[in-house]
Design a protein around this ligand. Structure first.
Ligand code: FES
Length: 180
């Protein structure tokens, strides 16, 4: 192939042109990058703070160690415990109470102390005229050992989720009564 033919093909022997960056472009890129880097510093923690409670798994299901199983009998006993709660951006460790006992088959269960009438706190065996019952002093609601509502209250006492592990009773969230 002759040299004449080579010259007739446009672009074959041309060196690629290098694109030069102007001083203005260089400054714009550098300042833009620096600004973005500096802005990301405070922004990333702010974004994380804003969405973190939405991404975090709810702690509601966490079980709390409350008492040794050996201390639980068929007679209800009151125990207090603290549970860590996360409500959106607010975290707290409120105190709860549970009436914990065993049924005749030896299964552990736990009752909420909150009366289903208007929310006062019940007691066990606190009315001599009706032994072996939970009684609410506010308007005289009565419940049996399983939390079944006997008078005044419109529903049975709520139950806690219960787990017995390594000799200890763990309690979780409240659920509707399964016994009453
Ligand atoms: S609140 Fe318990 S009986 Fe009314």
């Amino acid at each position: 192939m002759s040299n004449e033919n080579k010259q007739s093909l446009p672009g074959v022997n041309e060196k690629p042109k290098r694109r030069e960056m102007s001083r203005r472009q260089f400054l714009a890129y550098t300042l833009g990058g620096t600004t973005a880097f500096l802005a990301a510093g405070p922004t990333i923690p702010m974004v994380r703070f804003a969405v973190d409670p939405l991404l975090r798994k709810k702690d509601e299901a966490a079980m709390v160690k409350v008492v040794e199983e050996s201390k639980i009998t068929t007679e209800p006993k009151s125990f207090k415990f603290q549970a860590h709660q996360v409500d959106g951006w607010f975290e707290s460790d409120p105190e709860f109470e549970a009436w914990i006992l065993k049924d005749e088959q030896g299964s552990v269960y736990a009752m909420s102390p909150i009366c289903k009438h208007l929310g006062c706190t019940i007691g066990w065996n606190n009315d001599p005229s009706t032994p072996n019952q939970f009684m609410c002093p506010c308007h005289n609601a009565h419940y049996d050992k399983n939390g079944k509502n006997l008078m005044v209250a419109p529903a049975p006492l709520d139950e806690y989720e219960v787990e017995v592990k390594d000799g200890y009773v763990y309690l979780g969230g409240l659920k509707p009564n399964t016994r009453g």
